[in-house]
Design a protein around this ligand. Structure first.
Ligand code: SF4
Length: 319
């Protein structure tokens, strides 16, 4: 059963300039996204910087109201949820464990903050809960009396994980949670997230620009480009047989341990077009090595593939 459903979600920002603040354009940060995440599963959102994945995460959290479409959490529109209750059910882990923790606050107080705000438990119960959370993420209870600067990057991210779990959320949005960490530490934090998912029946939305990280943790992956989903499906199918030329290009850049099993590198030319003026037809056509005439005029929607993938590309659907 789906815990999170997005139905044709768009998020557009008006851009204005000049003294009179006249509207000069619209940024289509998220442009018609439909997807669902089952309970206890992990959905990966991947794509280059500026593709709209972080804006989509804010829409899921209810931090940005959607322009149109609907975000359903537990079968109920997030607009209908009590804001305080929604905050306790959906939590976020941020990219940078250095700036996401207040350097003047002790670790125990950082983790306890949510419990204090929501008035959960007595003072002793909250202290006990913080100790349990520290142990749960592989730290020691006495670490609660220290400050963030006394910890390594990996330990700080463990603190951020403990803080996100204090209110017993159902959904955790992880925004590039390991990209600021060394590779060896990345593996430890990913392992921790997986263990916690099993223990606590958590559902994750995992945002990353790094497909090799996504392949380790995600059950399902959505590839985003200019605010739209280009390809979505089971992680194993996407990595074994990517179809969309953009997915193939992203995957070709992933380093693999076996040098004899590396796909030929597909170098994308040009920059990501402006989301204020997305290209006509397929949004990827100005950079696509396989573009043909139809791609320049007609926009492909996601089309079902025999292996269960859904792909927005004319090479894989009616032409
Ligand atoms: Fe490339 Fe055309 Fe497919 Fe778009 S629809 S990804 S331009 S081949």
């Amino acid at each position: 059963m789906a815990l999170l459903e997005l139905i044709d979600v768009t998020k557009h920002f008006k851009v204005s300039s000049g003294l009179l603040g006249l509207k000069t354009g619209t940024v289509r940060a998220v442009d018609g996204v439909t997807l669902s995440v089952e309970r206890g599963q992990t959905l990966g959102l991947v794509g280059e910087s500026g593709c709209g994945k972080s804006t989509l995460a804010k829409c899921i959290m209810g931090l940005e109201p959607v322009t149109s479409g609907e975000v359903l959490f537990g079968n109920r529109s997030i607009a209908a949820w009590d804001e305080k209750k929604l905050r306790s059910k959906i939590q976020m882990i941020f990219q940078d464990p250095y700036s996401s923790l207040n350097p003047r606050q002790k670790i125990g107080s950082i983790i306890r903050e949510g419990l204090d705000i929501h008035g959960i438990g007595s003072k002793d119960e909250r202290r006990e809960k913080v100790e349990q959370l520290l142990k749960l993420v592989g730290l020691r209870p006495e670490h609660g009396r220290r400050y963030p600067h006394e910890f390594s990057g990996g330990q700080r991210q463990r603190v951020a994980v403990a803080r996100s779990l204090a209110l017993a959320p159902k959904l955790v949005v992880c925004d590039e949670p390991v990209s600021a960490l060394d590779v060896s530490v990345q593996a430890q934090v990913l392992g921790l997230l997986k263990d916690l998912q099993k223990k606590l029946d958590l559902t994750y939305v995992f945002i990353s620009h790094d497909l090799s990280v996504v392949s380790h943790i995600c059950d399902k992956v959505a590839v985003m480009y200019l605010g739209r989903i280009m390809e979505i499906g089971e992680s194993r199918n996407l990595f074994a047989d990517p179809k969309h030329p953009y997915t193939k290009a992203l995957l070709s850049a992933v380093l693999r341990p076996d040098p004899t099993n590396r796909p030929e590198r597909i170098a994308l030319t040009g920059d990501l077009p402006s989301p204020m003026a997305p290209p006509a037809g397929c949004p990827f056509h100005p950079r696509c090595p396989e573009a043909f005439d139809k791609c320049r005029n007609d926009r492909p929607e996601l089309m079902d593939q025999p292996d269960g993938m859904r792909t927005a590309c004319w090479l894989y659907g009616e032409q």
